[in-house]
Design a protein around this ligand. Structure first.
Ligand SMILES: *[C@@H]1O[C@H](CO)[C@@H](O)[C@H](O)[C@H]1NC(C)=O
Ligand SMILES: *[C@@H]1O[C@H](CO)[C@@H](O)[C@H](O)[C@H]1NC(C)=O
Ligand SMILES: *[C@@H]1O[C@H](CO)[C@@H](O)[C@H](O)[C@H]1NC(C)=O
Ligand SMILES: *[C@@H]1O[C@H](CO)[C@@H](O)[C@H](O)[C@H]1NC(C)=O
Length: 862
């Protein structure tokens, strides 16, 4: 045909010829844009199998317009491609047409300027644009003979698949093509209503051993790892998709790309870089008409690029997640032990004298853009080659199928490695180390090494535990002697901790937003209503057993109904408070002034002869223990409300300790003293009881130990020393109870006589913290909060009071996703004997820490 093209006249004739002869055929094709049939705003074209549709759209409520492609059969408009993403139409009257030069062109409203074009430089004529059933929009020559072969890929002059937006469809190639010079990549939208190029992209790096990076404006966020013949080295989940789709990675001189195919073309799946910087693969579920999130990345801490720095290995099953291999040590030990592994590890011994190789199993291969690759070399030759070159740091197979083949050699620091827990992920990596860093066995993997380390730690901690128990028991016996020492070490706000919390504040980039510290209401003089006894008696039906809600160390609680119909809780104090009436009134007035949304509100009181009665607001959902420890009801507390409760208690306690004008130490914080309102908001009750019952110093050795074993800190239970840190201890126990749904008292693990703290500590040390979680708390969106709560809980129950954080720090830890938490030390608990009696008080003979749930009101501390 080319002889037609030169003289313009013939060209013109040809166009007419085409129009006359062939257009009847086009008219039947709904998937074409032809020179004579442009597309206007109200029109669309639909691919032959009706999978995709192309036309004008306006995202959200904007009045700017784009040309895009979406699924025809999916009601919720899912845009998979946008032509003019960075150059929208300012109103709807654009025109998409085949231009005089044969390009696809989008003209603006005035139809005078081209705002987007397929932009082929060599002008051609006789072209049509067609939307294929794959979602590919192609420009090709008119097929004069209506020959099918014209629709084949080689004949495309231009195709939308070469210019992806944020979506990879089946058959689309992500990567490099030598012929066109294009490196096709995905770029996220700017936001849900703005398809213009956003910050995030997913780009194949073809250098070295190719792999794909998720980037934020060129900064690496996540790495797929190189292709190992089966999958990307860092995406173990790829294997499990076998029945539904196949992944393809092609690497040769003329192209390097990644692609996927669905086995059944009537299924839909797409890979998207979303505008908040995640990769997501969705599949369409026709039955329920939803896009199901099939896979996503980044998934966990170890997916974050260089989480553990140079030479560090990230393992989500380890705690902390970062590890150094044999022969390496943390570069910045202080940051490392505060769980900031980003400085990585450094070699302890120089290389290139007498070296060997550590075998690391199940590894995501290190970053490989400068890696040497030879796909035909054997592993043995690879090792030899590595040993010969002093700058070689590691080697591996390039392909793990069929027993492994090929050779990849790293000559740089090893970056962004992670270890999976089984053969479903990763592959073997051989890291060069000095021979002295290898075991006698010669070739020891980090896994063995790690198990050894864990066993060692476990051994040490069991040792410490036994020692501590023995010393604790001794302490208990010799309480008189140790008292002074204890008192000296338990300072309210010791320096070390203050420094640490400052450190935390600095590290926390997110200033707590979820949590607010205030809540104190107006503090004008409150005159507390005084009720007469007869009113209270009437309200509670004369303190009838039917109205009794519970009994605690301080007295009994009844439900009551005031004449106006208001429900109240009436606490009738036991008679031995040892306070005079004026003293009592003063204390109650003070307590009435403590107002915070996480404290139960005191409505009034009643004093009559020997009777001292407090009237509180009534809480619909009663006490936390009645739900948390009840098999039938515990599922009412799904994780989000548990987390809410933990934060609420922390806020209330912080207020008592610090933010109210009177420092109040609760001294009997426990699940039964946490009440829940209609919305399951927690409110602390019985605060201030310690004041009413004597003992208002901030830290003191008290005549009476008031509290509940199981929630008592060791220094308090054994020596009667209390401080805000004893409350922090009780809070920690409470947190672990809320996470696990188990009472500290009643928890015995199989045959070990471990209590809840010991159990939590054990799981935590073994990196199995999540197993602590109560199954009835339901599905989790993220395990982060749970793990954080467990860690905070363990920090609060540490043996040494000065190691425990104060409540301000606790709140900060709970609310900030980025604060680095210190590793908890050994918790202070008493290795359990089973409670052999459940009597309500402990006597001196019984003081070696039986765990007993009943409030101990009278225990002579001397
Ligand atoms: C077409 O390509 C030229 C240079 O190759 C470029 O300057 C121009 O902006 C492109 N036009 C469009 C609409 O993409
Ligand atoms: C493909 O999927 C459709 C719809 O789910 C189903 O009806 C059809 O049988 C499947 N075809 C094959 C070959 O599995
Ligand atoms: C992006 O994907 C991640 C991971 O699936 C998800 O958590 C996030 O909500 C997504 N963002 C948007 C805006 O959809
Ligand atoms: C060792 O490897 C480095 C990096 O690939 C290379 O530049 C150097 O030439 C190699 N040296 C020898 C002796 O092969």
């Amino acid at each position: 045909m080319s002889y037609f093209i030169r003289p313009r006249f013939f060209l013109f004739l040809f166009s007419i010829f085409i129009s006359l002869v062939f257009l009847p055929n086009f008219a039947n094709s709904l998937d074409l844009i032809t020179p004579t049939e442009p597309l206007t705003k109200n029109q669309t074209i639909v691919s032959s199998g009706e999978n995709f549709e192309l036309g004008f759209f306006s995202p959200g409520n904007s009045n700017i317009w784009y040309v895009g492609i979406w699924y025809k059969k999916i009601p919720e408009k899912t845009i998979v491609w946008v032509a003019n993403r960075d150059n929208p139409l300012r109103n709807s009257s654009g025109l998409l047409k085949i231009g005089e030069d044969g390009n696809i062109q989008l003209l603006n409203e005035a139809k005078e300027s081209v705002i987007w074009s397929s932009n082929l430089s060599s002008a051609t004529t006789n072209t049509v644009a067609q939307l294929l059933d794959s979602g590919n929009f192609v420009l090709r020559y008119v097929d004069v003979n209506l020959n099918q072969s014209a629709a084949e890929e080689d004949n495309y002059l231009w195709q939308s698949f070469d210019y992806p937006t944020d979506t990879l469809l089946p058959g689309m190639k992500l990567g490099w093509d030598a012929k066109s010079g294009l490196n096709r990549h995905l770029t996220a939208w700017r936001n849900a209503d703005d398809p213009s190029s956003g910050d995030y992209s997913f780009v194949l790096d073809i250098d070295g051993f190719p792999e794909i990076f998720l980037m934020d404006n060129g900064v690496k966020l996540y790495r797929s790892g190189p292709w190992n013949g089966l999958r990307f080295s860092g995406v173990p989940e790829m294997e499990a998709t076998g029945p539904v789709m196949d992944f393809l990675f092609v690497m040769n001189k003329s192209e390097v790309y990644y692609s996927f195919e669905l086995h059944n073309s009537s299924l839909y799946s797409r890979l998207v870089v979303n505008y908040s910087g995640s990769l997501q693969r969705f599949t369409w579920i026709a039955d329920s008409q939803i896009w199901n999130l099939f896979w996503y990345a980044k998934k966990d801490q170890c997916d974050a690029y260089k989480e553990c720095g140079d030479f560090g290995i990230c393992d989500t099953n380890a705690s902390p997640v970062c590890e150094c291999m044999n022969g390496f040590e943390p570069k910045n030990p202080q940051a490392w032990y505060l769980r900031d592994g980003s400085n990585g590890c450094v070699r302890m011994h120089k290389l290139c004298e007498n070296d060997g190789f550590l075998t690391l199993n199940y590894m995501k291969l290190p970053e490989s853009s400068t890696t040497f690759v030879n796909t035909s070399m054997s592993l043995a030759d690879c090792e030899k080659m590595c040993l010969k070159n002093c700058s070689c740091t590691a080697y591996s197979n390039t392909n793990i199928t069929g027993g492994g083949s090929g050779c990849a050699i790293w000559t740089t620091d090893l970056l962004d490695m992670r270890q999976y827990s089984s053969a479903e992920g990763g592959q073997d990596l051989y890291v060069r180390v000095a021979a002295s860093d290898l075991d006698q066995a010669g070739n020891v993997g980090s896994r063995n090494d790690k198990t050894k380390r864990i066993t060692m730690i476990a051994g040490i901690s069991v040792g410490i535990l036994v020692m501590l128990t023995i010393t604790s028991l001794c302490f208990a016996r010799n309480r008189m002697k140790t008292q002074n020492v204890q008192r000296n070490t338990t300072t309210l706000d010791n320096k070390g901790l203050r420094e640490r919390s400052q450190d935390l504040l600095l590290k926390a980039s997110v200033i707590p937003s979820k949590i607010d510290y205030s809540g104190e209401s107006t503090t004008e003089e409150l005159e507390l209503p005084l009720f007469d006894f007869s009113t209270v008696a009437l309200a509670t039906d004369n303190f009838s057993a039917a109205n009794k809600l519970g009994q605690g160390g301080f007295g009994s609680v009844y439900k009551g109904m005031l004449e106006e119909g208001q429900e109240v809780a009436v606490k009738r104090l036991s008679k031995n408070s040892g306070q005079g009436i004026e003293e009592f009134k003063n204390e109650v007035r003070l307590i009435a002034r403590l107002q915070h949304r996480n404290l139960v509100r005191l409505l009034g009181c009643c004093i009559d002869m020997e009777e001292k009665i407090l009237i509180y607001e009534y809480m619909e959902n009663k006490s936390l223990d009645s739900i948390l420890f009840n098999k039938e009801r515990s599922s009412l507390l799904h994780w989000q409300s548990r987390f809410n409760i933990i934060c609420g208690i922390a806020r209330g306690l912080l207020y008592l300790h610090q933010d109210s004008r009177f420092r109040i130490i609760h001294r009997d914080l426990k699940a039964s003293n946490i009440l829940l309102d209609k919305e399951m908001n927690p409110k602390i009750s019985d605060f201030g009881m310690a004041r009413i019952f004597g003992g208002d110093q901030t830290e003191a050795n008290t005549r009476r130990v008031v509290g509940t074993y199981g929630y008592m800190s060791p220094e308090y239970a054994m020596d009667g020393v209390f401080s805000i840190k004893s409350d922090v201890f009780s809070f920690g126990v409470l947190v672990l109870e809320i996470v696990s749904g188990k009472k500290n008292r009643g928890f015995y693990h199989m045959n070990n006589q471990l209590n809840l703290l010991a159990h939590a500590w054990k799981l935590w040390r073994e990196g199995r913290g999540l197993e602590l979680m109560d199954a009835s708390a339901g599905e989790l969106k993220s395990t982060f909060e749970v793990m954080r709560c467990i860690q905070v809980g363990l920090l609060c129950v540490q043996e040494q009071a000065e190691d425990r954080p104060n409540m301000a720090t606790v709140l900060l830890m709970l609310s900030s996703e980025s604060a680095l938490l210190p590793q908890p030390k050994h918790p202070g608990f008493c290795l359990g004997r089973r409670p052999h009696d459940t009597s309500s008080s402990s006597s001196k003979q019984d003081e070696s820490c039986t765990v007993n749930q009943v409030t101990v009101t009278m225990l002579d501390g001397r």
